[in-house]
Structure formats: C-alpha cells, structure tokens
Write a protein of this length. Structure first.
Length: 159
C-alpha cells in the first residue's frame, strides 16, 4: 500500500512539472508572437476564454489570437509575461490550476491577472482543456487598452 502511495505522489509530481512547463511554453510562445504554438498548448477541443472573446479548438484559438484587438492602436515594442504563483490541484481524474501573471511592456508593469485552468492528457502530453484569462489590474497607461479588468467580489478580491 505504501508503495502505491509513493507511486501516486511520484506520478503527480511528474505531472505537475509537465503542466508547469506547459504554462511556461504558453507564455513564451505568446511573448514571441507564435500564435500557433500557443494554440498547440491546448487540447484539440480546448477552450480559451478571455475578457474579450472565447474560442474552442486549436484553429479557432489561433484565429482568435490573430484577430484580437486587445491592444487597440498601441504599439507594443516588447511584452513579457511573468507567472508568479501557480497551484496545480489533482482531484481524481480532474486536474485544475490557478496561475497569477504580471505582464511587462515598454511602459513597465502593464497588467496582471490570473489563469484559471483545467488540464488533461492527450496523446500522452498534458494540454490545457480550458483556460479562463482574468485581468485583475492594468496600468492607466496600459498598452492593452481594450482589455477590460475583471469585476471584483464584495471582499475586494477577484472572483
């Protein structure tokens, strides 16, 4: 029995490391403008839900990213997403995560938020089954002018 417990923990630790690598791959691809690589982070029928739009399936996600107008007429010279705190949770076959992010552009800190995710394995690889992007804060001079900030609950925290 103890051996089974250790195998389960070892499996979860390996899965968590691969999921955190997936989170990093998503952000690095985005910072480099590689939209098809972002879409490849999702399951074949995965969903990306942003404050401005939602898409299902890799081709729709890539198209949504190409057509998104979150920046308006702003010229972004560089963008870097920094994932800070990330918590991956396992409940039977359901794997979820919350990851906080902070985005820097040439103005400095531009906006911050949270990814609320569901993950699953597909063809032996971990993929994002569903990602909700919530923006909790943005600088007054944010280059992502059309990106709305999520409403907060009565305690002042993000929903």
């Amino acid at each position: 029995m103890a051996n089974s417990h250790h195998e389960t923990l070892r499996g979860r630790t390996g899965a968590e490391a691969r999921i955190k690598r997936l989170i990093a791959a998503y952000n690095i691809a985005g910072d480099r403008g590689r939209l098809d690589e972002i879409a490849a982070c999702f399951a074949a029928d995965g969903v990306l839900q942003t404050p401005l739009w939602q898409a299902a399936g890799r081709s729709e996600i890539a198209a949504g990213l190409r057509n998104s107008n979150s920046r308006g007429d702003s010229v972004v010279q560089f963008v870097r997403h920094h994932v800070t705190t990330s918590l991956i949770s396992f409940d039977g076959d359901v794997v979820t995560g919350r990851s906080y992010f902070l985005v820097f552009t040439q103005i400095g800190p531009d906006h911050a938020g949270v990814y609320v995710d569901r993950y699953r394995q597909e063809d032996g690889e971990w993929r994002i089954a569903h990602r909700q992007v919530r923006i909790d804060w943005k600088a007054p001079e944010s280059l992502f002018v059309n990106q709305p900030v999520s409403r907060v609950n009565s305690s002042g925290g993000p929903r």
